[in-house]
Design a protein around this ligand. Structure first.
Ligand SMILES: Cc1cc2nc3c(=O)[nH]c(=O)nc-3n(C[C@H](O)[C@H](O)[C@H](O)COP(=O)(O)OP(=O)(O)OC[C@H]3O[C@@H](n4cnc5c(N)ncnc54)[C@H](O)[C@@H]3O)c2cc1C
Ligand SMILES: *[C@@H]1O[C@H](CO)[C@@H](O)[C@H](O)[C@H]1NC(C)=O
Ligand SMILES: *[C@@H]1O[C@H](CO)[C@@H](O)[C@H](O)[C@H]1NC(C)=O
Ligand SMILES: *[C@@H]1O[C@H](CO)[C@@H](O)[C@H](O)[C@H]1NC(C)=O
Ligand SMILES: *[C@@H]1O[C@H](CO)[C@@H](O)[C@H](O)[C@H]1NC(C)=O
Length: 665
C-alpha cells in the first residue's frame, strides 16, 4: 500500500533525507558491475527470458537459474540497478512519510515509472497518480514494505470458484508463502501495540517460513500514536486484536503490529533485488542481466497452427535490439505493463490491435481487462503538542540527530520505522444493520441490471459471500503517524493521517495501449467508485475514521480535525469529500487473470497464455480477484509457485545435459 502522490509532494518542502545527510553516509546509484551491455546480452543464447526484474520476475530469474538447473536465463529490466542505495534501503526514506516528504523514490524518474490513470469521472474528473518501481526490484524497491497475507477465502476462490484446481487454494499456497520469507518473531523488548493481548508464538510461527530470501520482521520502535490508535480502531470496530493474521482470517489489527520487509539486524529494506538477486546469484554463469532495457515486443515464429515466441525485442538508450529465446518467455512486467507488451506483440483484442495496424497474432480480448485495485480515502488530524511522530524528525533537530545516530549504531529507532497498525475491518463493523441491508439491496439491483462478463459473475458471487459472512476485512484502517500527506503541516506540530482502504471493490477497469510506441504509457482506467456500492463503502470508511479518532485511547491525542474539518458533517458533504479525496493504494491486478478460457481467463493454472505455446505471465496481473490486504507477499508466493511448476515441467531437478534440453524444445 502507499499514500503519497505527486500532488502531496508539491506542498511538502521538507527534504528529510537531506536534513539527515550530515548524519548518514548516503550512497546512491552504485550500479552492479556484472550486468551485460545490451549488445552483449542480445548476442547470448537463452533458454528462458524473464521480462521485468520486479516482485515476481526476480523470483523466477533466481529459481530457474539455481543449481542443478543448467537453464540459461536472461533477465531484462527497464530500470537501473542500485544494489546499494540509501533511499531504497533506509525504511523511513522509503516509507509513507519518507516518500511524501522527500519525494525521492515516488515521483522520481530514477526509480518510478510515474504512471497516471485517465481522468476518473467519479473522482471529480481527476487522474490518479500510479507510481510503479522502475528499478531492479520493481515495486518492492519503492513500496511501503507492508507484509500481509489475505484470508483463506481469497485464495480458495482461485482454486474452486475460478476453477484453477486445488493446488491454488490457501493450504496449497502456504508452502510458497513460507518459501519466500525469513520470518523473525517480534523482539521481546519491542514496544507492544496491545500489551494486554497474549500471543501464541508457536501458532504464529507455524504460519511462516524461516529460510526464505525476504527478511520479515516487526517494528522495534513505535511512535507515540501507534498503540493508542491501534487500540482505538479495534474498540471502535468492536473487534479483538488478531493474534494470527496470516492464519486464514485477516480481520482486525494484528496483535503483533503489521509485519514488514525489513531485516531485523540490518534495519534495511529487504526486497526482490537484495533478496533474490544477491551477489552469489548474480555470479551464476547461467544467469545474465541487462538493465535500462525496455522490452517492446515478442517476435513470433508462426508455423502451421502453432505460434511460438522466438525472440524478444528491447530498446536501450534509443537503440533496438533483438535477443533469441529457445524455450520460453516469462512476462513479469507487472499488471500495468505486461498487457502493453502483449498488445504490442499482437496478442489482445483484435479490434483494438487492428485499429493500430498491429498484426494480430492471437485474438485474446481479455488481455488488459478485469483491472482491479484498492481505492483509498484519507483524513488528517493535528495532535496535541509534544507527541513523538515521524513529524518530529522534521521539526526537532536534536531528535533527528539522536535517531540518525541510533540508526547508524544499532539499525533501530525512527529511521527503521514502517507503519505498524493496519487492520482490515468487516463492513458490519462500520455500518448499522439497516444501512448495510439498504446498500446490499442496491448492490443486488445494480448486479441484476448490469451486463456482466462470465468472470464478473463468479467474482461477484465470491465477494457477496465474503461481505455477508462478515468474518474477513472489507475496509482496512491504517495509521500513518505523520502529517503532510493531505495538508501542509504547521511547523513544530505532529499529525496523524488515518486511512480507509476499500479491499474488494465491484468496479472493473482496464489498461490498453494507445499507440504502437512502446515508450508511450498505456491508458490506465481503474474506473474507481463508478458503482454506487463502491462509493458508499468508502463514504462509510471516511465516516468511520472520525468515529475511530473519537474513541479512547486515541481521542485525547487529537487536537484538531484538519482534513476534513470538524465543520464537515452532513451526508452530502461527506459524499463530496470522498469524491475529491480518493487515491490508489497501488495494488493493480487481474489484467491477465488466471481462470478458465470460458470465464475469460488469459492464463491457465500453469500461468501459460491460452493459445500460445511458450509464453507465461507471472506477476500481479494473474491474480483473478482482489485479496483483502496488500499484495506483495502474494506476488512472491505466486512466483515461487510458478518456479516450482516450471521445475517440475522441465525436470530441472535432474542434472540435464545441454543436448537433452535442446531435444525438448
Ligand atoms: C508505491 C507503492 C507502495 C506499495 N506498498 C505496498 C506494501 O506496502 N505492501 C504490499 O504488499 N504491496 C505494496 N505495493 C504493491 C506491490 O509492491 C506491487 O503490487 C507488486 O510488487 C507488483 O509486483 P509485480 O511483480 O507484478 O510488478 P513489479 O514489482 O512492479 O515489477 C515489474 C518490473 O517490470 C519492469 N518492467 C516494466 N515494463 C517493462 C518492460 N517493457 N521491459 C522491461 N522491464 C519492464 C519494471 O521496471 C519492474 O521492475 C505497493 C506498490 C507501490 C507502487
Ligand atoms: C499454541 O499453539 C500451538 C500450535 O498451534 C498449540 O499446540 C498450543 O496448544 C498453543 N498454546 C496455547 C497456550 O494455546
Ligand atoms: C495443430 O496441428 C497439429 C499437427 O498438424 C494437430 O495435431 C493439432 O490438432 C492442431 N491443433 C489445433 C488446435 O488445431
Ligand atoms: C475490443 O475492443 C473494442 C474497441 O476498443 C471494444 O469495443 C470491445 O468491447 C472490446 N472487446 C472486448 C471483449 O473487450
Ligand atoms: C526535541 O527532542 C529532544 C530529544 O528527543 C527532546 O528532549 C526535546 O524535548 C524535543 N524538543 C521539542 C521542542 O520537542
Amino acid at each position: 500500500m502507499t499514500l503519497p502522490n505527486v500532488r502531496s509532494l508539491l506542498i511538502l518542502p521538507l527534504p528529510l533525507l537531506f536534513l539527515l545527510a550530515p548524519h548518514l553516509p548516503l550512497v546512491y546509484g552504485s550500479s552492479a558491475s556484472s550486468n551485460l551491455t545490451p549488445a552483449e546480452f542480445a548476442a547470448k543464447p537463452f533458454d528462458v527470458i524473464v521480462v521485468g526484474g520486479g516482485n515476481a520476475g526476480l523470483v523466477l530469474a533466481n529459481r530457474l537459474s539455481a543449481p542443478p538447473s543448467t537453464l540459461r536465463v536472461g533477465l531484462i529490466e527497464a530500470g537501473a540497478d542500485y544494489p546499494v542505495d540509501d533511499l531504497i534501503d533506509t525504511p523511513t526514506a522509503g516509507n509513507l512519510l519518507g516518500n511524501a516528504r522527500v519525494g525521492t523514490l515516488l515521483g522520481n524518474p530514477t526509480y518510478d515509472w510515474e504512471l497516471q490513470s485517465v481522468p476518473q469521472p467519479a473522482l471529480d474528473g481527476q487522474p490518479l497518480q500510479y507510481p510503479r518501481g522502475k528499478v531492479m526490484g520493481g515495486s518492492t524497491a519503492i513500496n511501503s514494505m507492508v507484509w500481509q497475507r489475505g484470508s483463506r477465502a481469497d485464495y480458495d476462490a482461485w482454486a474452486s470458484q475460478f476453477g484453477n484446481g486445488p493446488e491454488w487454494g490457501f493450504d496449497a499456497l502456504l508452502p510458497y508463502f513460507a518459501r519466500s520469507e525469513s520470518w523473525h518473531p517480534p523482539s521481546p523488548s519491542a514496544p507492544p501495540l496491545f500489551p494486554d493481548t497474549s500471543i501464541n508464538f508457536t501458532a504464529l510461527g507455524e504460519m511462516h517460513g524461516t529460510e526464505g530470501p525476504i527478511e520479515v520482521s516487526y517494528n522495534s520502535w513505535l511512535t507515540d500514536l501507534d498503540a493508542p490508535a491501534a487500540q482505538a480502531a479495534v474498540a471502535a470496530a468492536r473487534l479483538q486484536p488478531n493474534t494470527n493474521p496470516d492464519g486464514g482470517h485477516d480481520a482486525s489489527m494484528p496483535a503483533t503490529g503489521t509485519a514488514r520487509t525489513v531485516g531485523p539486524v540490518s534495519g534495511q529494506r529487504s526486497y526482490a533485488a537484495s533478496a533474490y538477486l544477491s551477489a552469489d546469484v548474480r555470479a551464476r554463469s547461467n544467469l545474465e542481466v541487462v538493465t535500462e532495457a525496455a522490452v517492446s515486443r515478442i517476435l513470433w515464429d508462426v508455423s502451421g497452427n502453432v505460434t511460438n515466441a522466438k525472440a524478444v525485442e528491447f530498446v536501450s538508450a534509443g537503440k533496438t535490439y533483438t535477443v533469441d529465446v529457445r524455450k520460453e518467455v516469462v512476462l513479469a512486467a507487472g499488471a500495468l505493463k505486461t498487457p502493453q507488451i502483449l498488445e504490442l506483440s499482437g496478442v489482445g483484442n483484435r479490434t483494438l490491435l487492428e485499429s493500430l495496424d498491429i498484426p494480430v497474432v492471437l485474438d485474446l480480448p481479455e488481455v488488459g481487462e478485469n483491472l482491479q485495485d484498492h481505492p483509498v480515502t484519507l483524513s488528517d488530524f493535528r495532535v496535541v503538542p509534544n507527541v513523538v511522530t515521524l513529524d518530529t524528525l522534521g521539526y526537532n533537530a536534536t531528535f533527528r540527530a539522536e535517531q540518525a545516530e541510533l540508526y547508524k549504531s544499532s539499525r533501530t529507532g525512527a529511521l527503521s520505522y514502517t507503519s505498524a497498525p493496519l487492520g482490515p475491518v468487516p463492513l458490519q463493523s462500520m455500518t448499522t444493520p439497516a444501512q448495510l441491508s439498504k446498500m446490499r439491496a442496491q448492490l443486488e439491483s445494480y448486479i441484476a441490471s448490469a451486463d456482466l462478463t462470465p468472470m464478473q459473475k463468479v467474482q461477484y458471487d465470491v465477494l457477496r459471500d465474503i461481505v455477508d459472512k462478515g468474518e474477513d476485512g472489507w475496509v482496512e484502517m491504517v495509521v500513518v503517524p505523520a502529517g503532510g500527506v493531505l495538508s501542509a503541516p504547521e511547523e513544530g506540530r505532529s499529525y496523524l493521517t488515518a486511512v480507509a482502504i476499500q479491499l474488494h471493490p465491484f468496479g472493473r477497469g482496464s489498461v490498453h495501449i494507445k499507440s504502437t510506441d512502446p515508450s508511450e504509457s498505456p491508458a490506465i482506467d481503474p474506473r474507481f467508485l463508478e458503482i454506487p456500492w463502491d462509493f458508499d463503502v468508502l463514504v462509510h470508511g471516511a465516516k468511520f475514521i472520525r468515529k475511530w479518532i473519537s474513541t479512547d485511547p486515541i481521542a485525547p491525542y487529537i487536537d484538531k480535525l484538519v482534513t476534513p474539518p470538524a465543520s464537515l458533517t452532513g451526508h452530502a458533504e461527506w459524499e463530496k469529500f470522498v469524491h475529491g479525496n480518493v487515491r490508489t493504494t497501488n495494488h493493480p491486478l487481474g489484467t491477465t487473470a488466471m481462470a478458465p478460457r470460458s470465464l475469460g481467463g488469459v492464463v491457465d493454472p500453469s500461468l501459460k497464455i491460452y493459445g500460445l505455446k511458450n509464453v507465461r505471465v507471472v506477476d500481479a496481473g494473474v491474480i483473478p480477484l482482489t485479496i483483502g490486504v496488500a499484495i506483495m507477499p502474494t506476488v512472491y508466493a505466486v512466483a515461487e509457485k510458478a518456479a516450482d511448476i516450471l521445475w517440475k515441467e522441465w525436470k530441472l531437478d535432474l542434472v540435464v545435459q545441454e543436448n537433452h534440453l535442446r531435444d525438448e524444445l
